[in-house]
Every structure is written in structure tokens, then in C-alpha cells.
Design a protein around this ligand. Sequence first.
Ligand SMILES: O=C(O)CCC(=O)C(=O)O
Ligand SMILES: [Fe+2]
Length: 351
Amino acid sequence: MSDSSRTVPPELLPSEDLHPLPMPVINLGHLSLDSATRYRVVDDVAKACRDLGYFQVINHGISQSVMDCALEAASDFFKLPNETKEKFASEDLRRPVRYDTSSKDSISMSRAFLKHYAHPLSEWIQYWPQQPPIYRKYMGKYASEVRMVALQLMEAIVEGLGLGKEYLNEKFHEGSQLLSVNCYAKASQSATTIGLAPHSDYGFLTILLTSCGGLEVVDPSSNIWTRVQQLPHALHVQIGDHMEVLSNGRMKTVVHRALLNPEEARISIASIHGFALHEKVTCAKELVDEENPPKYKESSFSDFLDHLTANMDNKHRNFLESLRMLTGAMVFEKEDRAMVHHHMLKSKVSV
Ligand SMILES: O=C(O)CCC(=O)C(=O)O
Ligand SMILES: [Fe+2]
């Protein structure tokens, strides 16, 4: 990418439609086969996380009908009358359930979303919408199954980082799961095609289920927006801010956005996995040495929520940047990363 492109506003950067970059595909079922096969899959996951930060998983154990039912429950929720949905409207980021329409964000006008916690399910499900009647059952089933996928992936990722399969296992099991359930209008010719502005997710891992295309990710080697082409039955997985911190920068958070689909309205369900609310995430001490000093300050999910609240009016300041520790040796890397964060101007970090 030439230097001049650094001045182009991110929303005007073209998507790499003609030459979609290869998307690694991980067969999750192979993680539980013999140790040589597992080793190869762990290696593939580690490579995908280091080189790109995103990949797709197939053979993940969630049936198509469970995925379809979750999408149907979400779609039916957004069809409810506004008065019903707005009962969940709140500015308070710590509410168990929040409904909003993003209309305060200047470039995200066409998205409505519902966010709620999902783990432990028995604690949170009582707050979820009771309408449509299928919502709790279908979304609950998907939430618990997708959490199992996230736990298997976390094991593989920490193993791939050389930390061992059991690393932080208990904390991941006790961790939080946040569902971000999004509904985007069909693109109309007069309006902007951006549904959700560029941002990164705060957690370790996001697993995304969508009804049709619209997600784009920044390819880290070219800094070009890349359209994600979802394989049938696959789930899209991407690294979040806290994985960049844990891996001490070996893995990078993924900047992504959602465009409106010109053919149909779109539903997406992002399942974001992190530690429990007050549990601090630090750079793994095993990945810190003289050559690799810690690059980020410790932080928790709760710190992230505080950061969002404090920066409501300053969307230029993203969470990960606020954690970055600047020492002389890191100035280079900071410059290197400047382009990626350039994509996030005007962005909203996503809860
Ligand atoms: O709708 C999508 O494809 C992305 C959703 C997303 O990034 C989020 O909810 O954080
Ligand atoms: Fe996101």
C-alpha cells in the first residue's frame, strides 16, 4: 500500500473484492483426534492467529438447525414493535440487556442491536427478552454451544502460544460471554453502506454467526479491507484486544466493520469471550523477557466498560491504545500499527 493511501479516510478505502484473500479453515473436530493430528491443527490455529487474527471453523459440533434457530429468534426480536424493544433501551453499559439503534453514531445509522450476557446462562437468561417466545430457548442453546467452541479454541490458542493446553483454563471457564445480536437494514442507494463502523472487540475471542455477507476485516499485511466470505455451516472466529495483551503482541486484535447487504437485511450474532468482569488480563509472563518487555498494561472487562463510559464523546481513543506501554524500542511498532488504528478513526470499540 502506498504512503498516499494513509491519508484516505477508512470508510473510503476500497474492499478487496476482486481478489479475496485466502481464509484459513480449521476443522475443529480434528482437535480431539490423535495427538499428531491435534498438534497440526493447533499449529494451523496458531499460524492463523499470528498472521491474520481470523479464520473460520467447520465441523464445530453446532448443528445447522441450532444456528438457524438462533438467527430466527434474533430476527423475530427485531420485528417486534419499537415499544417492546425499547423497554431494553439503556445508556448504561453495565445493564444485563441493552437495546440500541446506534443512531448517535454518525456513520452507523442502519443497525439495531441487543447486547446481553450469556454465561453463566442460568444467571443471565432471566433478563433476556421474553418476546418472541422462542428467544430464550433458541438463543440459550446457541449461546451454550458456541461457548464450548470458544473454550476449545482458547485451549488450542494458548497451546499454540507455547503456554500449554491448561493455561488459564479455570479463568476461561469462569469467564464472561457477551452476545451482541445485530440487525442491519438492507442497503439502500441513498444511504451509507456502513452498518457498523470499524472497531475491534475487547475480549480474547469473538465467534460470529451471520445470516449473509457483510463483514469485512482489515488484512494485517496489506491493510486492505477484506470481505469475509463465509463457508456453508462455518463460524467466523477473530482475535480481540485481550488476546493481543495476553500474547504480548504476538497476536493482533482484528479491526473489522459491517457493510449493509444490498440484497437483504442482515442478522449477525457475535459471541465475545473474555475473563470474568473484574479479572485482570496481563501479558503472559512466559512471553515476557528482556527482548520482549511487557507491551500492555493490565486491564479487566470492567476497566474496558469504564474506558467506554469515560470516552463516550471521544471515539478516537480506543481501548487497546490506552493499554499500550510506550518504551523506546516500541516506537517502531507503534508506527507500524498506526495504519491499522487509522482504520479505527471515528470507530467505536464494541462492548
Ligand atoms: O455484524 C457483523 O458482521 C459484525 C458484528 C460485530 O462486529 C460486533 O457485534 O462486535
Ligand atoms: Fe465486533
